[in-house]
Design a protein. Structure first.
Length: 203
């Protein structure tokens, strides 16, 4: 790694501006105290920043997350996610006319046999919408696309790992300021959307 040119440039930048990096991400994943309960702070933050705490089906299970939200359209959900996560856009799979009520934020969808459990859960619990981190283009993705093409209310907003979890780090800055580091300013700086979209020109 020490001979990697990108590493060398980043190291030089940190030294130039006297920046110290502490990767404090897994700590919040391991759990922070919310109402005397230890909960994954990244996904609690996601819920809080989206304004969905009241719609959380089982807050005792901090992740994966299931919500029952007021019915919304695909366009409404896309607008909400783009605004709250400050994204350039969203990748969408499924029925563009989907009526979204039941939303699920699943574990990573990597093409493993466990994806069959996710498909069963989606079908059995009539989940309409997934907000995904990692997602390969088969198993769950193919199922949701097929179901959407067959007229079922199924869709996916594939935001990516960093885009999805960054909003939880924004909450963490607020949490640290309020509960831990009260005498020093704590600021959240967004790294920016991990994706840049190059779309086909409209004619």
């Amino acid at each position: 790694m020490i001979e990697n040119t990108a590493f060398q440039k980043k190291e030089a930048l940190l030294k130039k501006y006297n920046i110290c990096v502490w990767r404090n991400h897994d700590h919040i994943h391991a759990g922070i105290l919310i109402d005397d309960k230890r909960i994954d702070g990244i996904f609690y933050g996601l819920s809080k920043m989206l304004g969905w705490n009241d719609y959380w089906v089982d807050p005792e299970t901090s992740f994966p997350q299931a919500y029952v939200v007021p019915e919304m359209s695909v366009a409404d959900m896309a607008e909400l996610l783009i605004q709250k996560f400050r994204l350039n856009g969203v990748r969408f799979i499924g029925n563009p006319n989907c009526k979204i009520k039941k939303v699920y934020v699943p574990m990573h969808i990597l093409g493993h046999a466990s994806d069959n459990d996710a498909i069963k859960k989606i079908n059995d619990e009539n989940i309409n919408c997934l907000i995904t981190l990692e997602m390969v283009d088969f198993t769950v993705c193919e199922y949701m696309r097929d179901a959407g093409m067959l007229g079922e209310d199924r869709c996916i907003f594939a935001l990516g790992h960093f885009n999805t979890e960054e909003i939880g780090m924004e909450f963490y800055a607020e949490y640290l300021q309020e509960h831990v580091i009260k005498t020093l300013p704590v600021r959240f700086l967004q790294s920016g959307d991990a994706y840049t979209y190059i779309s086909k020109p409209q004619r």
